[in-house]
Design a protein around this ligand. Structure first.
Ligand code: HEM
Length: 494
């Protein structure tokens, strides 16, 4: 182990910067730390690094472990698209091999290699990812939109009569879990407890291990049930895929999909809601019909990507990236947030990116997120359905008072307090809307008084149904649907 091997740039890390040097307050070798008090505003740190080093910069992770952060849009894309030079197998990472990374390193959950698609390469990656994408290809997207609408109705019913809500903890943190439980084939496992457990496991609190165990128990039960009797859901298709995954592999990939989907989609939904609620451009454009909700979601994928960076890619050989000499075994952070605002691709950050999907929010290359359509569908349909129920929703605090939690991997809203005029509950099976739908007249009533008095004696009534949540939409008599209404229903999934 040579001193040089601890330093990416070849500088002697034991040398402290001279007094008065702007590098004071930084780590060994004058390098910026991506943790601690110097990294409270990572966005500014990345811009300073871009100015000092260009599109690829040397930085320090916790315990001053050396790392590169890739800031350039082109350089990030080159890295993820060149599997001959860069891979996701942390076992080749020099600081790990040399024992610099302690077992209790805070990033260990991201660092530790696991036999899952995200860390695999070549044929093994094709086998594992093939099973995941094969199972995803069987998902009925109209059915997914129906689940999103139904769960939005249910969640909004919980707070609509109050006139206030926190859309992060009462909506965004629940909807993706409810929808993913439907997709995986465990709708009965969905509960507030499961949401709390997933949130806790991701936050890495003292109870994270127990919470993680709670989620894994649910996934193990699901695996055993579907192995014994496959059904028509993601898990069954994962199990019966020709890649012949073992039970452990099935469970690990269910975990990968559930956590990747949950964390990213909660962030995307919160960010997109904040944007449509607070940004006057979107509000005006949404109501003026120029900017659709999917376009607002896409803009948020540029400006506030759900994962701000991904840990990590590793150099398989000596190479060059963004003018830096990268050595075999070096680690590189996929810098999604800084790459998305690279001035070479976005000279004007205020310009909207309508129609341009070349952001880095879903990564790229062989590991590019295979669940992006589902993530987008949850955000698009969820925001749309919420706005249908609460069209007058507005922020219940000053925008500057909103709090964000930031780590190397994500920057997300802590809460999104809103107010609106209290609304009645709605039938969870009905299409979300904000006004009571007027009673339709059946064909025989056409041209007659809308509320004709009964002309015959009433039929004997069946026993009253058990009490249900109050609704404003009474069941409507069926009306033959025109081609356009049928298309819109098909398109929106309800
Ligand atoms: C909406 C928000 C989402 C975002 C922003 C997002 C982002 C990402 C990113 C950045 C990666 C790593 C790409 C790389 O290493 O280059 C990834 C991988 C992955 N994502 Fe997503 N994701 C989202 C939703 C989902 C959903 C809904 C699912 C599943 C239904 C999912 C499943 C996965 C899987 C399985 C991988 C690993 C793929 C591989 O390594 O081959 N993601 N995602």
């Amino acid at each position: 182990m040579t001193p040089e091997s601890h330093s990416l740039t070849g500088a002697d890390p034991s040398l402290a910067p001279p007094p008065g040097c702007p590098a004071h307050g930084r780590g060994p070798g004058g390098l910026h730390r991506l943790y601690g008090p110097e990294a409270e505003d990572l966005g500014s740190v990345y811009e300073q690094l871009r100015e000092e080093h260009g599109p690829v910069a040397p930085v320090l992770l916790h315990d001053d472990v050396p790392m590169w952060v890739v800031l350039g849009h082109t350089e990030n894309l080159h890295m993820v698209r060149t599997p001959s030079q860069f891979c996701r197998d942390s076992r080749i990472w020099t600081p790990l091999q040399e024992g610099m990374v302690k077992p209790d390193h805070p990033l260990m959950p991201h660092i530790a290699w696991q036999p899952i698609a995200s860390h695999a390469e070549g044929d093994e990656h094709l086998r594992l990812r093939g099973a995941v994408t094969g199972a995803m290809s069987t998902i009925d997207h109209r059915g997914v939109r129906r689940h999103i609408n139904r769960h939005t109705q249910r969640l909004v019913n919980r707070f609509c009569e109050e006139g206030t809500a926190d859309l992060v903890s009462e909506f965004a943190e629940h909807l993706p879990m409810a929808v993913m439980c439907e997709i995986l084939g465990m709708p009965d496992e969905y509960s507030d407890r499961l949401v709390l457990a997933a949130r806790d496991a991701l936050k890495g609190t003292e109870t994270a291990i127990a919470s993680h165990g709670y989620v894994m128990d649910a996934l193990s039960r699901l695996t055993a049930r579907r192995r014994a009797r496959p059904e028509e859901d993601f898990t069954s298709h994962l199990i019966t895929h020709p890649a012949r995954l073992t039970d452990d592999e099935v469970r690990e990939h269910l975990r990968l999909v559930l956590f990747a989907a949950y964390e990213a989609t909660v962030n995307l939904l919160s960010n997109a809601l904040r944007m449509v609620i607070t940004d006057p451009r979107f509000r005006a454009q949404l109501s003026g019909g120029q900017m659709t909700v999917p376009e607002a979601v896409e803009q948020s994928l540029w400006d506030e990507p759900p994962f701000s960076s991904v840990f990590a890619y590793f150099a398989k050989q000596d190479t060059e990236l963004g003018g830096q000499r990268i050595r075999k075994g070096d680690g590189l952070l996929l810098g999604i947030a800084p790459g998305n605002i690279d001035p070479r691709v976005r000279p004007d950050l205020a310009a909207n990116m309508q129609g341009n999907r070349s952001h880095l929010a879903f990564g790229g290359g062989p590991h590019e997120c295979p669940g992006q359509d589902i993530g987008r569908a949850i955000a698009d349909t969820g925001v749309d359905a919420l706005l249908m129920r609460l069209p007058d929703v507005e922020l219940d605090c000053d925008e500057e008072e909103l709090n964000w939690a930031e780590s190397i991997s994500s920057r997300h809203l802590v809460e999104l307090p809103v107010r609106f005029a209290p609304k009645p509950q709605q039938d969870v099976m009905a299409k979300p809307g904000h006004a009571a739908v007027p009673q339709q007249r059946s064909t025989w009533q056409v041209g007659t008084h809308p509320d004709p008095a009964p002309v015959t004696a009433p039929e004997p009534q069946p026993a009253p149904a058990p009490p249900q949540a109050p609704t404003v939409q009474t069941p409507q008599p069926a009306r033959p649907m025109g081609a356009w209404r049928r298309f819109v229903r098909w398109w929106r999934g309800y």
